[in-house]
Design a protein around this ligand. Structure first.
Ligand code: ATP
Ligand code: MG
Length: 569
């Protein structure tokens, strides 16, 4: 085997390339675009990015990176009605957080309004576009169906002069919104509905966030997109499957630019859909505006900012996206897979600490009143380099209320009268009694004795007991608020139900706020976004509203997958 077949073989067996990257590689091999690879990520600044966008970002930036190319950030700001600068800023923050960078290539479709307008004039001059005076309803009624051709507009054969005059006056503000549009003159009997004289410009009399009141006509997405790709030298325009049927129009428009230096190539892939959530900016916006969640970055939202606040790491999101991959078939991915990815990541990185969410007092009657021992506890058994910390131990502790039962069944391996458990990193204790509140019947205090020989690392520390509990010292504990999040919707596919609006399917128990939780004192100086494993409970992340002395934690995920149980409910 000679060198080149060797190389060939290596490339062919490179399974790390997804199908789109394989296309890109073929283009490079065929010498297209002088071997250049240039992609773009084109968000519309009308909302915050969600995890579906992360899938597109990883592909757009990731494939450029892989082939030594470039990726532009282009805001698709062709609709002045819905766009806001707040969204532009959040989008940039989220892309950076995911670990990608567009360098100095921050562009806006509105940068090309002049060129696009000139191109429209050019199409009119060549008899390829016309002004239609009909309403959008009339135009829609003439569209036909996929099996029956459409009807030509009575304005289709206007003279070029009249079209030029009308289009210029549309832009001068002489006509009302909705009274006229500019359409490409293609083919009303095309089997592709998008080729049946699509609208390419409409009148909108609204200030634009970047161009102010300069324009009264605005290009439609389809008209702006391919041309913007061309103007920026984009070689591979990667988008989701719903644009596959738009591709003939994309190609028709680029062809009609009448240039021959190069052509951008559109390739489609499947969207990311996740169970138990919605993934459309419009729907997410409804949740925000109707205050059904606390903003775009509510930790229950599938937005990048929500997931970040919830405690997801960028690595876990990128690993999840790598795992689900890119295909040509629509699918819905299990939310549990995303949770698995974050558990996998935090398992190795998050220090393990003690937090008692529903505290009950535990009094060790044979432990000296004024004694405090500093117990040395390993931060993460998965990674020794994370070291140890000292946690104070004293006569009065807190443990979880549900770690004690007055009359436990045989298989309850926690605490009950006369039973023994290990307090993690400290001693083995035996329950000697308990006291209940007379009125409420609630257990107020649990009494026990410790065995000094069983101190962690001591002579009898290996003695076998079935259960190990976490604890915090009552006098040293810090109070915390803990927000327990559950899935946002009760239905696997809330957006796909005909008989229900998606908002009717919201989970009323998606947030439970626990106050008066007791956490170990080593957590006195935590900062927003710090991440921990609360031992035996789950992964938790410090919320952005947290302040010193009043820490707030968000539950990222419980330790184990509770999803299956949920699905069967
Ligand atoms: P939405 O339907 O949520 O409003 P959109 O497609 O209108 O999304 P854009 O801002 O236009 O949102 O999207 C920017 C890019 O992100 C596009 O290339 C789009 O194809 C891609 N994208 C949007 N949603 C998803 C998704 N769920 N999975 C993968 N890519 C997506
Ligand atoms: Mg869009």
């Amino acid at each position: 085997m000679n060198d080149s077949t060797n190389r060939e073989k290596k490339v062919n067996s490179d399974t790390s390339l997804n199908f789109i990257e394989q296309f890109i590689q073929e283009d490079i091999r065929a010498g297209k675009n002088d071997g250049r690879v240039h992609t773009r990520f084109p968000p519309e600044p009308n909302g915050y990015l969600h995890i579906g966008h992360a899938k597109a970002i990883c592909l757009d930036f990731g494939s450029a990176e892989k082939f030594g190319g470039k990726c532009n950030l282009r805001f698709d700001d062709t609709n002045p009605i819905k766009e806001e600068t707040e969204f532009v800023e959040s989008i940039k923050e989220d892309i950076h957080w995911l670990g990608f960078d567009w360098e100095d290539r921050e562009f806006y479709a509105s940068d090309y309004f002049g060129q696009l307008y000139d191109f429209a004039i050019d199409l009119i001059s060549r008899g390829l576009a016309y002004v239609d005076d009909q309403s959008s309803e009339e135009i829609a009624a003439q569209k036909g169906t996929p099996t029956a051709s459409g009807k030509e507009s009575p304005f289709r054969n206007r003279s070029m002069e009249e079209n030029l005059d009308l289009f210029t006056r549309m832009n001068a503000g002489e006509f009302d919104e909705g009274s006229r549009v500019l359409r490409a003159k293609i083919d009303m009997s095309s089997t592709n509905m998008h080729m049946r004289d699509p609208v390419i410009y409409r009148i909108i009399k609204r200030a634009h966030h970047r161009t102010g009141n300069k324009w009264m006509v605005y290009p439609m997405y389809d008209f702006a997109h391919g041309q913007s790709d061309y103007f920026e030298g984009i070689t591979h325009s990667l988008c989701t499957l719903e644009f596959e049927v738009h591709r003939p129009l994309y190609d028709w428009l680029v062809d009609n630019l009448k240039t021959d230096d190069y052509r951008p190539r559109q390739i489609e892939f499947n969207r990311l859909n996740l169970t138990y959530t919605v993934m459309s900016k419009r729907k997410l916006q409804e949740l925000v505006e109707e205050k059904l969640v606390n903003g775009w970055d509510d930790p229950r939202m599938p937005t990048i900012s929500g997931l970040r606040r919830r405690g997801y790491t960028m690595e876990s999101i990128r690993n999840f996206i790598k795992r689900i991959g890119y295909t040509k078939v629509e699918a819905i991915n299990d939310f549990a897979l995303l949770e698995h990815a974050v558990r996998d990541d935090l398992n190795k990185r998050a220090p393990r600490v003690f937090a008692v969410l529903d505290p009950v007092k535990l009094i060790i009657s044979n432990y000296p009143d004024d004694k405090v021992e500093e117990m040395e506890i390993i931060n993460n058994p998965e990674d020794e380099s994370m070291g140890t910390r000292k946690v104070p131990f004293s006569r009065e502790l807190y443990i979880e209320r549900n770690d004690f039962m007055e009359d436990p069944p045989r298989k309850f391996f926690r605490l009950g009268p006369d039973r023994e458990v290990r307090l993690k990193g400290a001693y083995i204790i035996k329950c000697t009694g308990y006291r209940k509140d007379k009125k409420t019947g609630k257990v107020e205090e649990i009494h026990c004795e410790f065995d000094p020989e069983t101190k962690s690392g001591g002579p009898a520390s290996n003695r076998k007991v079935k259960g190990t509990l976490h604890w915090v010292s009552a006098t040293h504990a810090i109070e915390a608020e803990v927000r327990q999040y559950d899935r946002l919707f009760n239905h696997e596919d809330p957006a796909g139900q005909k008989e229900h609006d998606f908002k009717e399917l919201l989970n009323p128990d998606s947030l439970e706020v626990l106050r008066g939780c007791k956490i170990e004192p080593t957590l006195a100086d935590v900062k927003p976004l710090d991440k921990f494993q609360f031992q035996r409970l789950g992964y938790y992340c410090v919320d952005k509203d947290s302040v010193p002395g009043k820490p707030i934690f968000n539950r990222t995920v419980p330790l184990r997958d509770t999803w299956e149980k949920v699905a069967k409910k």
